[in-house]
Ligand binder design. Structure first.
Ligand code: ADP
Ligand code: MG
Length: 306
């Protein structure tokens, strides 16, 4: 929960509006969104695709500017800051785990971590190695990103985000394509940063199993904040006020199931065309079935049959 004093609040978002205009078309991505995140808290943002999750993260991280409203992060007025101030803010106070994990392919794992440190004028090889250990990539400092698995790449992206020890960590669907065990591992690293080290984490996810690990869950819909819920309520036994959260979760779960089925069908076709081998087909099949099973379980927890 948000504390009494303002020092306990790491992120303040007030009346934020974001409008994109491109080729004469206006898209209202955020409609007067307001929320606060306490220091040491993990907030998960859920919502359908296009609901404004990435836009909100970018605005908190000082990557994008709101058209209206106020954003204060770690005591710094992000809205209204000058370019140079904003650049330093992004480098030193925010760690961003991007959806397409932004690793530099020509740099090794360790060099990827050293890059933001060097940009801040504080490269430290020993700290880099420590971070690799923290994310479970000990001994892999010399590997290039393409020599790492998807889950390992994502964990490296987390280590890069932590390089300058920022008080705020934002992560855009950090568990996106990953299986749940790998996804949970990444969220656990972020949870440890928040609960163990007083960092503040704001992440987006379409996976209710990930959202349930957070302290609170904000639900966005069409650029509006529908509500902020406790994850226990999302886990089932919801009262009247939580109906919207439940609907959002159910929609997310159904989408996950659809995607798993689609992926499996695609894999079958690719196998028939000889594009993938039987090993890969079995691999995809196993993962899709495991996902379907997990989603079905979640849905039944919500009292819905799939
Ligand atoms: P989400 O992350 O929830 O999928 P986004 O924040 O990416 O949603 O997008 C919210 C809305 O803003 C969408 O309608 C999207 O098409 C639009 N949008 C996002 N970025 C841009 C942009 N750079 N230019 C124009 N429209 C954008
Ligand atoms: Mg997004």
């Amino acid at each position: 929960m948000v504390g009494e004093s303002r020092e306990d609040i790491a992120v303040i978002v007030e009346g934020v509006v974001k409008i994109y205009e491109s080729r004469g078309e206006r898209v209202v991505a955020l409609r007067e969104v307001g929320l606060a995140v306490a220091r040491g808290e993990v907030l998960a943002i859920m919502g359908p695709s296009g609901s404004g999750k990435t836009t909100l993260l970018n605005i908190i991280a000082g990557i994008d500017r709101p058209n209206a409203g106020r954003v204060v992060v770690d005591g710094f007025e992000v809205s209204g800051a000058g370019e140079e101030e904003l650049r330093r803010f992004r480098l030193e106070r925010v760690g961003y785990v991007f959806q397409q994990h932004n690793l530099i392919p020509t740099l090794t794992a360790l060099e990827n971590i050293l890059l933001p440190m060097s940009m801040a004028g504080r490269p430290s090889r020993s700290r880099g190695l420590e971070l690799l250990k923290k994310v479970g990539l000990e001994g892999k400092e010399g590997r290039y990103p393409e020599e790492l698995s998807g889950g390992e790449q994502q964990r490296l992206a987390v280590a890069v985000a932590l390089a300058n020890d920022p008080p705020i960590i934002v992560a855009d669907e950090p568990t996106g394509e990953l299986d749940i065990a790998t996804g949970e591992r990444i969220v656990r690293i972020l949870l440890e940063e928040a609960h163990g080290r007083g960092k503040t984490v704001v992440l987006t996810t379409h996976d209710p199993r990930v959202a349930r690990m957070a302290d609170r869950v904000a639900v966005l819909e069409d650029g509006r904040l529908r509500g902020i819920y406790s994850p226990q309520r999302i886990a089932g036994g919801a009262g009247l006020g939580e109906v919207e959260a439940e609907k959002a979760v159910e929609a997310a779960l159904r989408k996950m199931m659809e995607e798993a089925r689609l992926k499996l069908r695609e894999a079958e076709e690719r196998f028939r065309r000889g594009e993938i081998g039987i090993d890969e087909l079995i691999n995809i099949y196993t993962r899709s079935r495991a996902l379907e099973e997990a989603v079905r379980e979640e849905l039944s927890r919500l009292g819905v049959t799939a």
